[in-house]
Design a protein around this ligand. Structure first.
Ligand SMILES: Cc1cc2nc3c(=O)[nH]c(=O)nc-3n(C[C@H](O)[C@H](O)[C@H](O)COP(=O)(O)OP(=O)(O)OC[C@H]3O[C@@H](n4cnc5c(N)ncnc54)[C@H](O)[C@@H]3O)c2cc1C
Length: 415
């Protein structure tokens, strides 16, 4: 396919071409797994998509993408539903970090970092949260000290999803302690496999090991790895967090493939559970199935409407907070509904029991109200930035960070 042919291809033509290519090249979606976090497999799948000319639909052509529209991406998404896709690369690699690099990096940085990302060669991670700085991210204490042509990084990050499998991290660090907290932050691209970086996996309540904590001991990051301007990184962070809300609210144009079929096309796992556990005739269970359908439908429509509003500038970037809030609240409600339907089978089950995953899902449900900024912080954003209600008081506003009481930078316990 030549450049000119691709440029004039309509979403419908693109869809038909994708349909034929997927049937010939991509493996079928594995049964019962809608969300596969095997990063090595994802690298292979992404390389296949790239080779076939279906990677980075909305990324510009000069940086390795296809330069097409969200309608083309949507067409591809629907065609990929029955195929194995590298879904774990969507967040944060493409939807958050790819989008942030596009928005804030120089042309040279984009040329260097985006094409390998789209070829599936580099997995990325976000180094934002610290043991003592989460919701109040600007209070972070990881230190970036200028030394010649590099920053030297010391400190620790935590809850970094997938850091053990990642090649690069977007790191937020404090480069100036003599100014108010938002004014002394620099955002850097950090190569993970280098001296001074230690990545430790954390075991979560469900037994998962995807969360990591990292320790940085005199890690050198060259100046040409700064995203945006030195000390002005808070602008980049705000952009990144907006991309994160979009990604988690299903409104990012940079993610590819769908975890679940859109509501109008598929039965949900709630309905499947009702059927599989023989309770589909129970009037109370039927109420729950109806509630689930209404929730999913409203969520799909809100994502489309708010996503389009942000893309056309009718809504500010903070509007993604509404989708993020809605996604988290409905995710929690749906985990509760599954528990109600499964009953005691969610607590003790035998192999092959349709209720087997329900209890584990319930135990982990709170994480969707925390990751990407907590539900409370989304409510704050909506009230302060969308409804223009008064901002909550902050004792440290306008005060140099080194005069504000803050936690000490965490260090690694050495055995
Ligand atoms: C699934 C998942 C994935 C994650 N992935 C990453 C990642 O890849 N990289 C990364 O850097 N981090 C990641 N995180 C960490 C996440 O960003 C933080 O956990 C989150 O920002 C909250 O920070 P905290 O845990 O320090 O809680 P805290 O900020 O200590 O908050 C504790 C509680 O206080 C509430 N609270 C705090 N401030 C206010 C306020 N002003 N108004 C009202 N309530 C408030 C919070 O809502 C929360 O309920 C992930 C977390 C999860 C659960």
């Amino acid at each position: 396919m030549t450049d000119t042919e691709t440029q004039i291809e309509s979403p419908e033509e693109f869809r038909l071409r994708a349909r034929a290519w997927l049937a010939d090249n991509m493996p079928p979606r594995p049964e019962g797994r809608s969300y596969e976090r095997n990063f090595e497999r994802c690298r292979e799948l992404q390389a296949m998509l790239h080779e076939g000319g279906f990677a980075g639909v909305c990324f510009p052509r000069e940086y390795g993408g296809l330069g097409l529209t969200p309608e083309h991406q949507r067409a591809l998404d629907l065609e990929t539903l029955s195929y194995e896709m590298p879904l774990a690369l969507n967040v944060p690699t493409f939807g958050i970090i790819g989008a942030t690099l596009l928005e804030f990096c120089t042309h040279e940085q984009k040329l260097r970092f985006l094409p390998p990302m789209l070829r599936g060669e580099h997995v990325w991670v976000q180094f934002l949260s610290e043991p003592t700085s989460g919701s109040d991210l600007a209070s972070l204490t990881t230190r970036a000290t200028l030394d010649g042509d590099a920053f030297v990084i010391n400190g620790s990050k935590i809850w970094s999803s997938g850091a053990h499998a990642a090649d690069y991290g977007v790191l937020v660090a404090r480069s100036n302690w003599d100014v108010p907290k938002h004014d002394g932050i620099t955002v850097l691209i950090m190569k993970i496999d280098q001296p001074g970086v230690t990545v430790e996996q954390i075991v979560d309540t469900g037994g998962g090991t995807e969360f990591c904590q990292e320790f940085f001991d005199d890690v050198r990051v060259p100046l040409d790895h700064v995203i945006g301007k030195v000390d002005a990184g808070w602008t980049v962070v705000r952009g990144l967090l907006a991309h994160e809300r979009n990604s988690m609210g299903d409104a990012s144009i940079y993610v590819s493939g769908l975890h679940n079929a859109p509501t109008e096309r598929a039965r949900s796992d709630i309905m499947e559970l009702a059927l599989a556990s023989g309770k589909a005739d129970d009037p109370e269970v039927r109420q729950l199935v109806g509630e689930d359908y209404a929730l999913r439908f409203a969520q799909d429509e809100a994502a489309r409407r708010v996503g389009a509003g942000m893309a056309t500038g009718h809504f500010p970037p903070t509007a993604g907070a509404m989708l993020r809030l809605m996604g988290a609240r409905s995710g929690v409600r749906r985990a509760d509904m599954a528990l109600e339907i499964a009953g005691s089978a969610a607590v003790a089950w035998h192999d092959g029991d349709p209720a087997a995953p329900v209890g584990v899902r319930f135990v982990g449900r709170q994480s969707i109200e925390i990751g990407g900024g907590t539900t409370e912080m989304q409510r704050n954003l909506i009230s302060e930035r969308l409804l223009m209600m008064p901002r909550e008081p902050a004792a440290d506003r306008g005060v140099p960070f080194n005069e504000v009481r803050h936690n000490a930078a965490p260090t690694r316990e050495k055995s």
